[in-house]
Design a protein around this ligand. Structure first.
Ligand code: CA
Length: 382
C-alpha cells in the first residue's frame, strides 16, 4: 500500500469575547480562545485538531509554533507515522520545548493526524487505540466561575441548574482565601445534597499548609477530589498533602508529556492524574501517560477545557483509558464538561455531543467523531 502524504498544515487562532467576565483564582476571563489545526493530505482526507488555550493564553502563540516550525517537520510525511512524527517534533523542539506551549502545539498536530488516520480507515480513534472500555462516560460540570456579583446563593442557584440538567457531579472554583473557601465548600455541599459528587479546583492558589487546613476543615463536606491545590513546581507539597486526607489529590493540566508525568507518577505525588489531551501531548503521548498511570495503579481523569474539537477528541481518549485496576465495578474516569460561557464551543462541531442522565456517549463517527463547521472557524479566527 502506497503511503498517504501530508500536503498542508493550517493553524487558526480563534477568539471571542464573553458576555460576562468571570474569574478563577488566578485571573479574569474576558475571552475564550482556541487554536484549531487543519491538516490536508494528497488523498483528500483532512484532519482537525486543537491546541488548548489555558485561561488567558493568546492563541497566536501556538499558532506561530505550528506554522513556522512543526509544519515543515510534517509536510510530505505519512500521517500514519504519527508516533514517529511526535517523537521527531519533540526532539527537534527540545532545546526550547519539553513542556508548556511547545507540547501544547504538538498536541494539536497529533490530534489532527489521528483524525486523518481514523477518517482514512473509517473508524473512530478509540477503535484504533485499543477499543472502548466504555461507550459512555459520566460527565461532571465545570462551572462556578465568579462574576463580579458573585454570592454563595448565586452559586447554589448554578448548582440547582446543573442538577436539573441531569449532572450528578460538579466542580467548584476555589482559591479565594482559606476561610472563605471552607465556608463555601460547606455551603455548596448543603446546596448539592449528600449524594452528589462534589469537587473543588484551586488553580494552584495555595501552599501545602493552607491546602491542608482546607482539607481538614472540609472533611464533613466529603470532597471527591481537590484539584491543583498547589503550584505544579511543588511536587513535595503534593506528596505531603496526599497522605493527609481521604479526598483525592488531583493535578495535571500544567504537567506535560510522559517525561513530565513520569516523576509525578513514579513519585506517587497524586491520586488522580489530569493530563489535557490538547495540551499535555495529544493522543499519542496520553496513551503512554495512561500506560504509566496503569502500571502504578493511579486514576486518570483528563482535563478538558477547549472547544468542541478538543471535547470530541477527549471523548475518544476517554473511551480507551484502562481502569486501574479492572474489576466488575472499577473506578471510572469522568468527562470534565465545561459549562462556563464559550461563544463557539458547540457551534464549531457538527454532530451532537449531548448529555443524557449525566452521561455523554462516545462519538462513533470516524476520527475524532464529529465534523467541523468551517464557517464558524472563519467567523472567529484572526
Ligand atoms: Ca483546573
Amino acid at each position: 500500500m502506497q503511503g498517504m502524504k501530508i500536503t498542508d498544515v493550517t493553524a487558526y487562532a480563534l477568539k471571542a469575547p464573553v458576555e460576562t467576565e468571570t474569574c478563577f483564582s488566578q485571573a479574569w476571563i474576558s475571552l475564550r480562545s482556541s487554536v484549531i489545526i487543519r491538516i490536508d493530505t494528497d488523498e483528500g482526507v483532512t484532519g482537525w485538531g486543537e491546541s488548548l488555550c489555558h485561561g488567558g493564553q493568546p492563541p497566536e502563540m501556538a499558532k506561530v509554533i505550528i506554522t513556522s516550525w512543526l509544519k515543515e517537520l510534517v509536510i510530505g510525511r505519512d500521517p500514519f507515522d504519527v508516533e514517529v512524527l511526535w517523537e521527531e517534533m519533540y526532539n527537534r523542539t527540545r532545546p526550547v520545548g519539553q513542556a508548556g506551549i511547545m507540547i501544547n502545539a504538538i498536541s494539536g498536530v497529533d490530534i489532527a493526524l489521528w483524525d486523518i488516520i481514523g477518517k482514512a480507515l473509517r473508524q473512530p480513534i478509540h477503535r484504533l487505540i485499543g477499543g472502548a472500555f466504555r461507550k459512555e462516560v459520566k460527565a461532571y460540570a465545570t462551572g462556578f466561575y465568579r462574576s463580579r456579583d458573585f454570592t454563595f446563593e448565586k452559586a447554589a442557584g448554578e448548582a440547582r441548574g446543573y442538577l436539573a440538567q441531569g449532572f450528578r457531579a460538579f466542580k467548584l472554583k476555589v482559591g479565594f482565601g482559606v476561610e472563605e473557601d471552607i465556608a463555601y465548600i460547606h455551603a455548596m455541599r448543603e446546596a448539592a445534597g449528600p449524594d452528589i459528587c462534589l469537587m473543588a479546583d484551586a488553580n494552584s492558589a495555595y501552599n501545602a499548609a493552607a491546602a491542608r487546613r482546607i482539607l481538614y476543615e472540609c472533611r464533613d463536606a466529603k470532597l471527591h477530589f481537590f484539584e491543583e491545590p498547589l503550584a505544579p513546581e511543588d511536587i513535595e507539597g503534593y506528596k505531603e498533602l496526599k497522605t493527609l486526607s481521604s479526598t483525592y489529590i488531583a493535578a495535571g493540566e500544567q504537567i506535560f508529556g510522559k517525561t513530565g508525568f513520569r516523576r509525578w507518577i513514579a513519585g506517587r505525588a497524586l491520586d488522580i492524574l489530569q493530563p489535557d489531551l490538547c495540551s499535555s501531548g495529544g493522543i499519542t503521548e496520553l496513551k503512554k501517560i495512561a500506560a504509566l498511570a496503569q502500571a502504578y495503579n493511579t486514576m486518570l481523569i483528563p482535563h478538558v477545557w477547549g472547544s468542541g474539537i478538543g471535547l470530541a477528541a477527549s471523548l475518544q481518549f476517554l473511551a480507551a483509558i484502562p481502569p486501574a485496576p479492572l474489576c466488575l465495578r472499577p473506578l471510572q474516569p469522568m468527562l470534565e464538561y465545561d459549562q462556563s460561557e464559550h461563544p463557539f464551543r458547540q457551534d464549531l462541531i457538527f454532530g451532537a455531543i449531548r448529555m443524557t442522565d449525566g452521561f455523554v456517549k462516545i462519538p462513533e463517527e470516524p476520527g475524532i467523531g464529529v465534523g467541523v463547521n468551517e464557517d464558524v472557524i472563519r467567523r472567529f479566527s484572526s
